[in-house]
Ligand binder design. Structure first.
Ligand SMILES: Cc1ncc(COP(=O)(O)O)c(C=O)c1O
Length: 398
């Protein structure tokens, strides 16, 4: 039985077989990622961006999917040695890796070169010097992208990039292959993205000939947002993709264009499932206490449970139920553990399940999972062939 607001995907638990449903019900709290939906999202993104656009998945948005992604994307962006190791463990072709990170150490750069990563993103002159040193140490050349800053701590100002290009030496083992740009996430405006693309294109046109190898690589992460809350404009992310798609197609003709994204690839492909373990009325207010909590559920821009995300409730017992406003709290010992505040819900019983949708990106790693030494949730992947695989048992204690 369902009484929430379904997201675009509907509810995967509802269409699983009964054995799979039981497995999940008896393993709450847990995340379930849907490989098939992830693949469909990438396929749709590819169709909308047009032919020739290379899709790069930013693995930070869902590192659990590392063993699944290689077949679906052209490139994988990693931004830490840990993410690189995950990709190595998953057997991902290292030629498909763009390795970034604002403070890569010499040792990490050596690791990247030894692993044979396809490209390394360079964020400062010091990083470039360290990369040169790593290349000399390993007697190996490597391709790099110069990351353009959007004004924050990442990347370099245009002036600095021009200077670096003008000083480049033929003997250098570092090959400049193109530009990298990412200014931030959860953007809701296609115009903001198009403006960035305009500026980047103007700069690339000005300096393109200074790069070593044609075609010039333009790696751009637009940071398109996702509508997590029922008050958000439905499907606005799709509208943004449609609006910028012409530009993407044009860039694919002009550059080796790589479209870098995490949130819009993975958000829809995940649910977080948590069970009602207590029900109480305090001073006339109805509270459902669940076995998970806000340390495991993170929606960008959630504000203390005031915004209602897409969710469903599975009632264990079928009966007629009235509706009432209720607050859903997790099991942490902090008053801030509020998943939804004053949500209009059908009455719940102990054992009923809350299914929070669209948590396939970031939530499983960005929430403060180990806060108060709670157990980390189990991780399930509902695979392409509709097998349900538990890839993590769900237990990390400090
Ligand atoms: C360099 C870089 N590229 C891509 C991404 C993915 O961004 P999004 O999830 O907004 O698509 C991030 C996210 O932080 C990033 O830092």
């Amino acid at each position: 039985m369902i009484n929430g607001e379904q997201g675009a995907r509907g509810m995967m638990l509802e269409v699983m077989d009964s054995e799979q449903q039981e497995k999940i019900k008896s393993n709450t709290p847990c995340y379930v990622f849907d490989e098939r939906h992830f693949y469909e999202t990438i396929r749709q993104l590819r169709d909308e961006c047009g032919q020739g656009v290379n899709i790069c998945f930013s693995i930070k948005s869902n590192p659990w999917l590392a063993p699944y992604i290689e077949h679906y994307v052209d490139q994988v962006e990693v931004c830490s040695e840990g993410e690189l190791e995950l990709c190595e463990r998953a057997g991902i072709n290292m030629g498909c890796i763009l390795a970034g990170g604002v403070s890569k150490s010499l040792r990490e750069l050596v690791h990247m070169i030894r692993a044979g990563v396809g490209m390394i993103s360079i964020e400062s002159r010091l990083q470039l010097e360290l990369l040169e040193q790593a290349c000399r140490q390993e007697e190996s050349s490597c391709r790099c992208l110069l990351r353009v800053s959007s004004g924050n701590q990442f990347g370099m100002p245009i002036k600095e990039i021009k200077k670096i290009l003008s000083e480049r030496k033929e003997t250098s083992l570092v090959r400049f292959a193109g530009l990298h740009y990412y200014s931030g996430t959860q953007k809701r405006s296609a115009n903001e993205i198009l403006k960035e693309m305009d500026a980047l294109e103007t700069f690339a046109d000005e300096i393109g000939s200074c790069f070593d190898k044609q075609p010039f690589i333009m790696e751009y992460g637009p940071g398109i947002g996702y509508p997590y809350f029922i008050t958000d404009k439905k499907e606005y992310h799709r509208e943004i993709i449609r609006t910028i798609s012409k530009r993407c197609s044009r860039w694919a003709e002009k550059y080796h264009f790589v479209f870098e994204a995490g949130r819009i690839c993975a958000s829809e492909a995940g649910d977080y499932i948590t069970k009602v373990v207590d029900i109480k009325r305090n001073e006339g207010k109805l509270f459902y206490i669940v076995d998970g909590g806000c340390h495991q559920l993170k929606y960008y821009n959630q504000s203390n449970g005031y915004r209602i995300p897409y969710f469903d409730v599975i009632h264990i017992e079928k009966r007629t139920r009235g509706k009432a406003a209720a607050t859903v709290n997790g099991s942490l010992c902090t008053a801030g553990d509020v998943l939804m505040r004053d949500a209009e819900l059908e009455e719940c019983d102990i054992g009923d399940l809350f299914v929070f949708h669209n948590v396939g990106a970031y939530s499983s790693t960005e929430a403060m999972a180990l806060f108060l030494s709670r157990k980390y949730p189990g991780i399930f992947v509902w695979e392409q062939n509709r097998e349900l695989k538990q890839i993590f048992q769900g237990r990390v204690l400090l």
